[in-house]
Design a protein around this ligand. Structure first.
Ligand SMILES: Cc1cc2nc3c(=O)[nH]c(=O)nc-3n(C[C@H](O)[C@H](O)[C@H](O)COP(=O)(O)OP(=O)(O)OC[C@H]3O[C@@H](n4cnc5c(N)ncnc54)[C@H](O)[C@@H]3O)c2cc1C
Length: 409
């Protein structure tokens, strides 16, 4: 059995763990990172389709779901997007800003971000130990003892950055939740978020490959409970793309609720894209009028749903039919049968309750010297670089808290 001591043990070498490790080590702290896998940042490498949407031009607490938005705001103050961009530039990685506010790696390689974090860790003397899947955490005599098969490490301060349950193939097993539970923490129930939505309806799955901008609304008991805007992508199993992914956590959380619906507005820019009146489209068929505004395959499905023959002349539609078509285009109910689940969810909604952590440092209020950061916490962001930004910022906040703690121990 190996025995090793340091100031700070970090469990998990994902985005949050690596960011925290170098931040604490820069302040002179001896840091050891224990990683269960054989390499670091497996999830980070998959991010943004391999291009890594590392942050966003503007990140506020409103971009996240959590029970404690004030704590989220405090944590975000530890690292602004511009500071993260500068951090990467110092390590030779340039990000490029897209029109919608997303920052991606300029070279389109998530590997560059991981390499920068590993270089920062190396330069500051962080020790990363691979193939160290932690199985047990014990606190006694002011020290945390962390052990697994054939190893044991101890330190006065422990940071848990083990991620959540999403994409289990990247090493996420939910171990951090058992550490939290062991020390008396409350867990907000976990459900898949940023996951595609499923449907059994062949009309929609037949549109596989079609993508279109839209506005989605999630209704619970006939009340608007959430909304999203952006592209929806039809797939052979259901609905994906940012607009659908963003609402999936609401669908997941409300499982068991009888009255929930998802409606879509395929013409979100009305009145600019309003359907023309009869006189403006004298020689056109209904199919042509709709296909000028929407992909032809989607137009065909919408006409079928509205019960209008695609070949009919546009001027021949009576006002009632035109209104029905407009409603189908703008408030169409999507027949969702479920959420794709952990294997396809980009993040975890729920987790360690922020209310039991100190807002500024993410230290447990129940167990001194125990910190949490990243996806293991009850915070999930929308599509756009927000989840990685949460990992960076919470990693920095917890590392600073850990350093402060070590100074007073
Ligand atoms: C396909 C995909 C694409 C994504 N794209 C983006 C994107 O473009 N932009 C964005 O903002 N977000 C994106 N996300 C979300 C983002 O990647 C995560 O929110 C973020 O990586 C979470 O970081 P983390 O450090 O908290 O956890 P993780 O990255 O999950 O890291 C946890 C680490 O802990 C290790 N670990 C777990 N248990 C143990 C244990 N018992 N002992 C030792 N080690 C352990 C794991 O092996 C893992 O290395 C994406 C996610 C996925 C799955």
């Amino acid at each position: 059995m190996k025995n090793s001591s340091s100031d700070l043990i970090i469990i998990g070498s994902g985005a949050a763990g690596l960011m925290a490790a170098q931040e604490a080590a820069v302040s002179g702290c001896h840091v050891v990172v224990l990683e269960g896998g054989k390499s670091a940042g497996a999830k980070l490498l998959l991010s943004g389709g391999g291009r890594c949407n590392a942050t966003n031009a503007v990140v506020t607490e409103q971009d996240f779901c959590s029970n404690a938005p004030r704590t989220v705001r405090h944590v975000l103050e530890h690292l602004r997007p511009a500071q993260f961009v500068t951090f990467l530039e110092r390590h030779g990685v340039r990000l490029s800003l897209e029109e919608d506010g997303k920052y991606f790696t300029a070279e389109g390689r998530a590997e560059a971000v991981l390499a920068a974090l590993l270089a920062a860790a190396r330069q500051t003397g962080v020790r990363i130990e691979y193939n160290r899947r932690v199985q047990e955490v014990v606190f006694s005599d002011g020290s945390y003892t962390v052990s697994g098969e054939g190893f044991e490490y101890s330190a006065p301060v422990l940071l848990v950055t083990t991620g959540g349950l999403s994409y289990p193939a990247t090493g996420s097993t939910g171990f951090g939740y058992s550490v939290a539970r062991r020390f008396g923490h409350t867990l907000v129930p976990t459900v898949p978020a940023l996951s595609p939505l499923l449907t059994d309806d062949k009309r929609w799955t037949g549109l596989s490959g079609v993508a279109v901008p839209c506005r989605l609304t999630f209704w619970l008991n006939n009340r608007k409970a959430a909304a999203s805007a952006g592209p929806i992508l039809f797939t052979h199993f259901g609905f994906s793309g940012p607009a659908a992914l963003d609402l999936s956590r609401h669908w997941s959380v409300s499982t068991g609720e009888a009255d929930r619906r998802l409606t879509v507005d395929f013409l979100p820019e009305l009145p600019a894209r309003d359907l023309p009146d009869a006189s403006a489209a004298v020689k056109k068929t209904a199919r042509t009028v709709l296909s000028e505004r929407l992909p032809a395959r989607l137009a065909a499905v919408l006409l079928e749903l509205a019960g209008i023959d695609a070949g009919r002349g546009w001027p021949g539609l009576n006002p009632k039919e035109r209104r029905r078509l407009q409603e189908t285009c703008q408030a169409c109910e999507l027949p969702v049968s479920g959420v794709a689940g952990w294997g396809k969810a980009e993040v975890t909604a729920g987790g360690v309750d922020l209310g039991e952590l100190a807002g500024a440092t993410l230290e447990s209020r129940l167990q001194p010297g125990l910190f949490f950061a990243g996806e293991v916490l009850d915070v999930d962001g929308r599509v756009g670089g927000f989840n990685l930004h949460w990992a960076w910022a919470s990693g920095v906040a917890a590392a600073r808290g850990a350093v402060k703690k070590l100074r007073i121990l």
